[in-house]
Design a protein around this ligand. Structure first.
Ligand SMILES: [Zn+2]
Length: 252
C-alpha cells in the first residue's frame, strides 16, 4: 500500500448499520470524528481536506437489498418510501457479500453515490435531497479528474470526460436546488440561505447567466448573516463576472 493509502485507512472505521428496508446488518466505512483536516472549499463549495476526501464516505449502501442513502438521510425513510424501494429496487437487486477493502477509491465512491441517487429518486425524495446527491456526484467527478496522473497519454481525454460528468451533475443539482429554494424551508441540502444563493449564483455564472448571478450575489454580500469566508468568495465571483462583462461589451 502507498503511504497516502495507509494514512487514509488509519482515518476510517467500519461502522455497523441496520438497513431500514431489509433489517439486515452490514458495515460501511466512515471517517473518524474530527480527523479530517480542512483546507478550503472550491468555488462550487467542494470541500478540500489535506488527508482525506470525506465526500467518498458519505454514501451508505446496503449490500443485501440495494438501499442506499446519504449518511444524514439513512434512517429518515417513511413506510411508503421503504415500500417503493422494496418493490422497485430490492426485487431486482442481486445481493452480494460486503466488499472487503481498506478504503474506497473515488470510482467506488461515484458508483455508491449513483446508487444513492437512484434510490433517492425512486423513493420520491425531496428536491433538496436529490440536489444534494447530485452536488456530491459533481464534486467526486472533479476529485477523479484531479487524481489523474499528469504524464499519462490518456489523461487529457479522461479529464475532459470526467469534467463533463461533473458539469452534468452540477446542472442537475442546480435545477433541483432551484426548485427546493422555491418550495422548501432552510436548511436546504445542509445549506443556509446565503450559502445556497452563493452556489446558485456560481451555477448561473457557469451557464453564462451573469445578470441572475449578480442579483443573487448582491443579496449574499448585503445579508447580515453572511460569514466572512462566504462574503469573500461572493465578492471574488462578482469581480470575475464584472471583468467578463466588460470584455464582452468591448468585443461586441
Ligand atoms: Zn437492506
Amino acid at each position: 500500500m502507498e503511504e497516502n493509502e495507509k494514512n487514509e485507512k488509519a482515518l476510517l472505521i467500519d461502522k455497523q448499520y441496520t438497513c431500514p428496508v431489509c433489517d439486515k446488518q452490514f458495515h460501511s466505512k466512515v471517517v473518524k470524528a474530527n480527523s479530517a483536516k480542512f483546507v478550503d472549499t472550491m468555488a462550487d463549495l467542494r470541500p478540500i481536506h489535506s488527508n482525506i476526501n470525506i465526500t467518498k464516505y458519505d454514501a451508505i449502501c446496503c449490500p443485501n437489498c440495494g438501499f442506499a442513502a446519504l449518511t444524514k438521510n439513512f434512517t429518515n425513510t417513511t413506510a411508503t418510501q421503504r415500500k417503493l424501494i422494496r418493490e422497485k429496487i430490492s426485487s431486482n437487486y442481486k445481493s452480494h457479500p460486503e466488499t472487503v477493502c481498506d478504503f474506497y477509491t473515488t470510482e467506488m465512491a461515484i458508483s455508491r453515490m449513483k446508487m444513492v441517487l437512484f434510490c433517492t429518486i425512486t423513493k420520491g425524495g425531496k428536491d433538496s435531497e436529490i440536489g444534494n446527491v447530485c452536488l456530491k456526484i459533481s464534486w467526486l467527478y472533479q476529485d477523479l479528474a484531479d487524481e489523474l496522473p499528469e504524464e499519462a497519454s490518456d489523461t487529457a481525454s479522461k479529464k475532459e470526460l470526467y469534467l463533463k460528468e461533473a458539469e452534468n451533475a452540477a446542472m442537475n443539482a442546480n435545477d433541483r436546488l432551484t426548485s427546493a429554494r422555491m418550495h422548501e424551508g432552510f436548511p436546504i441540502a445542509g445549506m443556509n440561505e446565503t450559502t445556497l444563493d452563493y452556489l446558485l449564483a456560481y451555477y448561473a455564472f457557469r451557464k453564462g447567466e451573469y445578470q441572475t448571478a449578480m442579483q443573487l450575489l448582491s443579496g449574499v454580500v448585503t445579508s447580515r448573516s453572511v460569514s466572512p469566508r462566504l462574503k469573500d468568495k461572493s465578492l471574488e465571483l462578482k469581480e470575475q463576472i464584472t471583468k467578463l462583462r466588460e470584455q464582452e461589451s468591448q468585443e461586441s
